[in-house]
Design a protein around this ligand. Structure first.
Ligand SMILES: *Cc1c(COP(=O)(O)O)cnc(C)c1O
Length: 379
């Protein structure tokens, strides 16, 4: 059976990127490797739309989230965490384990935060040193209005804005410098079309001010060490050489397609997916859906766990289910990274067949028809 990955991380990796990782290992402190690392750094700046440095860490996305917390804050300081799902909660857990006082902004899962609320809290609560938020909350598929939050943060000279863009960069719009984002985080296994294992973190001038004075403990993820090395396109510790060769290849193809075209492609795929599930009589979970993935409510009378299991076992199609309190209640179709129009037709076809087998009543083919309608119209 062919296996098809439609999970919001890891995502499929293009064949030419996979082949890069089959190349012989070169030493990391050589001109040859440093040239590749330097070019990857430039590619990352293009992707992040920033003039500031973007650090490459050997960790999953959570490592960069932890680096953001431990490098800018000091014991006992206060942070605002916007929590509308699993990844917002993760920021709170990281902050709490470092002894940071968390002011939580709870958002109902599936809903988007109102940016005015962030301004209200920052004005009321004194001394909030950082706001931690998620551009696309992968557990719910919700898009956060980061641009507006960035505008608000500009009024607070002692507060940083840290954005988890792990399932966003390379799929949806994220303008690091233009939107005033102090730290933007992503990981390799999402829209960057790479295997898991790398995370990335951009750092603004304003954030450096805090890093200089931060007193939380850190060693492996100490960004000052990375900054010193980066001047020579070097790393403080042995980098995963093969993954960085693959990164360079993937960033080349991102540059070639162009960010605006990439965003357009994701928009079309997302619109087609949303139109298809609606045509099947299904409902979206997200009030404001991001174009990276589509979270769909499991219809009444259908077992959500059974649905994703059947898709995987009968059709080799791997959708993600819901996490935590959404387990069995939603399924998530990813379309971020190495995805094209026919991937959507395939995903919807598999969904229709599995739903039909489970006894869900709908007009067979209605989803595919709706998806193709969108895909044909837009180019
Ligand atoms: C995938 C993801 C992460 C990182 O998860 P890791 O398993 O540590 O790579 C963080 N935030 C969001 C929004 C994600 O989608």
């Amino acid at each position: 059976m062919k296996k098809r990955l439609f999970t919001p991380g890891p995502t499929p990796v293009p064949e030419d990127v996979l082949l890069e990782m089959a190349r012989p290992i070169i030493h990391h402190r050589t001109a040859e490797f440093m040239k590749i690392a330097g070019e990857a750094e430039e590619g990352l700046k293009y992707l992040f739309q920033t003039k500031n440095p973007v650090f490459i860490l050997a960790s999953s996305g959570t490592g960069a989230m932890e680096a953001a917390v431990s490098n800018v804050l000091s014991p006992g300081e206060k942070a605002l965490v916007i929590k509308g799902g699993k990844f917002g909660e993760r920021f709170e857990e990281i902050c709490s384990s470092y002894g940071i006082a968390v002011v939580p902004l709870d958002v109902e899962w599936g809903k988007a935060v109102k940016p005015e609320l962030v301004e209200k809290i920052l004005t009321q609560e004194k001394n909030i040193k950082a706001v931690f938020t998620t551009l696309c909350e992968t557990s719910t598929g919700v898009l956060t209005d980061i641009k507006s939050i960035g505008r608000i943060i500009q009024k607070f000279s002692d507060t940083l804005l840290v954005v988890d863009a792990v399932s966003s960069l390379g799929a949806i719009s994220c303008k690091t410098d233009e939107w005033n984002l102090d730290m933007v985080i992503t990981g390799s296994q999402k829209a960057l079309m790479l295997p898991p294992g790398l995370s990335f973190l951009s750092v603004s001038e304003k954030a450096w001010g805090k890093i200089e004075n931060s007193k939380l403990p850190k060693y492996y993820l100490d960004l000052k060490k990375y900054r010193k090395s980066l001047e020579k396109s070097d790393f403080p510790f042995t980098p995963p050489v093969s993954l960085i060769l693959a990164l360079k290849k993937s960033l080349d193809s991102i540059k070639e397609e162009g960010i605006e075209n990439i965003i357009k492609r994701h928009k079309i795929l997302a619109e087609a997916t949303r139109a298809a599930v609606k045509a099947l009589g299904l409902e979206l979970l997200a009030e404001k859906p991001a174009d990276s993935l589509t979270a769909v409510k499991v219809p009444a009378g259908i077992d959500g766990v059974e649905l994703t299991k059947r898709l995987k076992e009968q059709y080799g199609v791997n959708f993600a289910g819901g996490q935590d309190k959404l387990k069995g209640k939603i399924f998530r179709i990813a379309h971020l990274g190495y995805f094209d129009k026919l991937d959507i037709v395939l995903a919807i076809g598999a969904l229709e067949m599995a739903l039909s087998e489970l006894g869900y009543k709908f007009e067979l083919g209605a989803g595919i028809k709706a998806a193709e309608g969108v895909l044909l119209k837009k180019d």
